[in-house]
Design a binder for this molecule. Structure first.
Ligand SMILES: [Zn+2]
Length: 319
């Protein structure tokens, strides 16, 4: 019997090539690329269930520290110091009257960073531990359902954000439609997601990074072009940019060892070359300054060519 080829959700082509046949943790699964529009996706498209995100299994396999399963408190503490570059992207939209919804808010670290900067903050998160953590420790409401099912009383919103979420969503059109329903007519959508044109994949072609990169919960792998096509089809207009948040030393580590660093914070914060306290302070500062300057230049170069690991979108539903 002839197997039917999957249909691309963006351009409906049935012509695809197989990029890989395994994911992180050696999970056997095909990664396909549409021959017509270049969209990259898992086959089959089902992804993981909402129950999987609610369970502890998800955090056991995917978290800020690869050596151990982080508690919700540890996840919050790991990501909280890194919210400033994201806040910067939407700061100009925040007024005392702003109502904001963050979809897939994890432990609420992004909304916590907006304390005092908006009138109403609401989160939406499937992870049970994360939801419990927010309800116990933070001062905003969180819904524990997918956006497609949630009846959010605090809406409609001036701004909806979804940070590192869209790549998990098996039906991005119904996801974006549900977002539109929760937005005010002139409300903004802000997205961050992985960029398949990531310099480590597309230019340096690091085998270890490829093996680490493709993972079961990420069903789609967007580029600037395929993200643009998706948003256009869903009726959103705006600006797509790329950002390189991981530092120069993290990339050197990938190039030299082919392995991830154990901890998210080392790769995402300022690059530190010398941390040894016995080293002369002046010498240490001089070398660390060199690495910091090099890091800035490297990130500018990567972003200039749209090769940063993250894509960002800020825009509105077309009127
Ligand atoms: Zn296609």
């Amino acid at each position: 019997m002839k197997k039917t080829s999957p249909v691309c959700i963006l351009c409906h082509s049935q012509e695809s090539r197989i990029l890989r046949d395994s994911l992180r943790y050696d999970i056997k699964r095909k990664v396909l690329q549409c021959k017509r529009c270049s969209l990259v996706y898992l086959e089959p498209l089902s992804g993981v269930s909402t129950a999987y995100y609610a369970s502890k299994k998800y955090r056991k396999s995917y978290g800020p520290n690869l050596k151990k399963t982080s508690s919700a408190r540890e996840i919050f503490n790991a990501y909280a110091p890194f919210q400033e570059p994201i806040v910067k992207e939407i700061k100009h939209l925040l007024k005392p009257s702003t109502k904001i919804l963050d979809i897939g808010c994890s432990t609420g670290h992004f909304l916590a960073a907006l304390k005092g900067k908006a009138k109403t903050r609401v989160g939406l998160e499937l992870g049970q531990d994360e939801v419990k953590f927010i309800r116990k420790n933070l001062d905003f409401k969180v819904y524990a359902e997918p956006i497609e099912d949630a009846k959010i009383a605090e809406g409609p919103f001036d701004l909806v954000t979804a940070l590192q979420v869209l790549e998990h969503v098996p039906n991005p059109f119904s996801f974006l439609q549900s977002i539109a329903q929760n937005l005010k007519p002139k409300g903004y959508l802000y997205l961050e997601l992985p960029n398949i044109s990531d310099v480590l994949l597309s230019i340096f072609k690091i085998k270890g990074y490829e093996d680490f990169y493709y993972r079961e919960p990420h069903v789609f792998y967007y580029s600037k072009d395929t993200l643009k096509a998706l948003l256009k089809k869903a009726g959103f207009e705006g600006e797509i940019k790329n950002a390189q948040r991981y530092n120069f030393l993290n990339h050197l580590n990938w190039m030299l060892t082919g392995k991830p660093q154990d901890n998210f914070a080392v790769g995402n914060g300022d690059p530190v070359l010398i941390s040894d306290t016995s080293v002369d302070k002046m010498i240490k500062n001089d070398f660390n300054k060199f690495i910091k300057d090099t890091d800035l230049k490297y990130k500018q170069l990567v972003e200039k060519h749209n090769l940063g690991e993250s894509l960002t979108f800020l825009g509105r539903k077309g009127l």
